[in-house]
Design a protein around this ligand. Structure first.
Ligand SMILES: Nc1ncnc2c1ncn2[C@@H]1O[C@H](COP(=O)(O)OP(=O)(O)OP(=O)(O)O)[C@@H](O)[C@H]1O
Length: 129
């Protein structure tokens, strides 16, 4: 993994808004692309990433639900983002902060098949490169 540089720490603090000393929890959301099976069944994604921090939820199941809801997070990764990008921007700083003696943890939360294992295995592989 290597040591964390001052530049990386600054970038990490910037991502957290007011700075790492004030913000304790960072919430990153990664959307996964539709699987081949879902695409073959003409399913559509209810979630859409509209910028780096906001996702829209369109409830296609509920009739009369025409207005999408917007949710903001510290960082949102769209379905075509690579695991490398998620690692570099979202996880590397946290992993390396441990080397600097900062207690940190990364955990994945989401419904079944949302990509927790894929992402956590992927960032672990990236960190060992
Ligand atoms: N970003 C992605 N790009 C491509 N495929 C993905 C991505 N995320 C997940 N997948 C694929 O989607 C499927 C479900 O992912 P995964 O097993 O990681 O989900 P999970 O959240 O760990 O599920 P569970 O809670 O059931 O263990 C897998 O086949 C995985 O390869």
């Amino acid at each position: 993994m290597g040591a964390i540089s001052g530049e990386e720490l600054l970038k990490w603090e910037k991502m957290q808004g007011m700075g790492a000393r004030e913000e304790k929890i960072l919430v990153l959301v990664r959307l996964r692309p539709l699987s081949e099976r879902e695409a073959a069944a003409n399913e559509v994604a209810d979630w859409e990433c509209i910028n780096d921090t906001t996702i829209l939820y369109r409830n296609t199941l509920r009739e009369g639900s025409t207005f999408p809801s917007a949710y903001s997070f510290d960082r949102v990764y769209r379905g075509d983002c690579s695991t490398r990008e998620v690692y570099e921007e979202g996880a590397r700083g946290i992993a390396l902060s441990v080397v600097n003696g900062i207690n940190s943890s990364i955990f994945a939360y989401g419904q079944t098949s949302s990509g927790k294992t894929y992402t956590m295995n992927g960032i672990t592989e990236q960190s060992s490169l």
